[in-house]
Design a protein around this ligand. Sequence first.
Ligand SMILES: Nc1ncnc2c1ncn2[C@@H]1O[C@H](COP(=O)(O)OP(=O)(O)O)[C@@H](O)[C@H]1O
Ligand SMILES: [Mg+2]
Length: 357
Amino acid sequence: MADNMAKRPIRIALGVSDENVWNDRFAAALDEKRSAGYPLNYDRVNLNRRDWLERLTPYDAVIWKPYGMGVQQSILVKEKVYVLEKHLHKLVIPNVESTWHFESKVAQSYLFSIEGVPTPATTATFDYDEALEELRRATFPLVFKRGEGAGSGNVWLVKSRRTAEQLWAKAFCSQIYRDMTSRGHGRFSIAARSLCKRWFWEYFRQHFRRGDSPGYLYWQEFVANNSADLRIAVIGDRYAYGFWRNNRPDDFRASGSGRIDFERPIPEECVRFCMGISRRLNFDSMAYDLLFKDGKFVIGEISYGYVDSVPYRAAGHYELRPDETIEFVPGHVWPETLWVEWALQRWEGRREDAIAK
Ligand SMILES: Nc1ncnc2c1ncn2[C@@H]1O[C@H](COP(=O)(O)OP(=O)(O)O)[C@@H](O)[C@H]1O
Ligand SMILES: [Mg+2]
């Protein structure tokens, strides 16, 4: 096995997904590596077909940029990444570590807390009593978020306790109803006890729409005085792009504004810190959204996927050198090129491990 791996070219499956621009640019980067003498073969493989697992049998590695937006789509992607990596032992870019928390700010909050990543003070709770107690004690405004979403679509500034309690009722009404049922209350008993409660009417409304309340609330302290957020997009543990995203007019939210600022300087400590997290957590791709609180950065959220044309437009990218210095490399480079570079570096690491065994 070790010998075999050492001698033959790597066989890469380029996972065909909806984001064909990424695929074409992955292919261009792979063509370039092969022309420069790197021993590799690749094919485009349709991962949507029912026989996708058999089709992947001959390959060592899968590189893809799945569409995967939205909870449902992203779950389907995560399942595939998991099976490929944990059961078929393929090299998958992006890996499980990069993808398992995608479209879930709640999941990210676990990682941030365990790893001591600086963030705005964050509450993610599935306990409706705790949530209500906390909200009654809280100082407003607070930033409420759904776990999923992009472009600031599910992010709101909540200025009053009253609005927060409305969100609480929407978030937990099904759970409260179920709990009352499990304590032996019938429909009429619940109605009689709860007619004057906001959650009950929310339940009524959601029930008629055949909905179910999310069962959690997520909020963060409001980090004031940020007219932009800083995005650091790291590839592997050694390549990065940095740019600022200005807020929408008269709004606290930057994500999705399209108001990109490539001119404003990027603090090197932010690039280094994000590369460090990516190394520690074994991320293949991670975009970090940074805000600043009392002069120090905090990370609002992370995601492995992004629109490739924005980093491409940056004046250059950063590279971590073996002596741990960070060099700014001028010129426009597609992130796909760096994903491919990183994938091949991971392959080489794997091959060295196999030879050593
Ligand atoms: N805790 C916060 N305090 C102040 N502004 C925030 C906070 N969290 C997010 N924002 C702003 O809202 C935007 C969207 O939030 P984010 O969590 O990144 O959601 P999305 O997944 O939609 O990008 C951010 O780009 C930032 O400008
Ligand atoms: Mg964001």
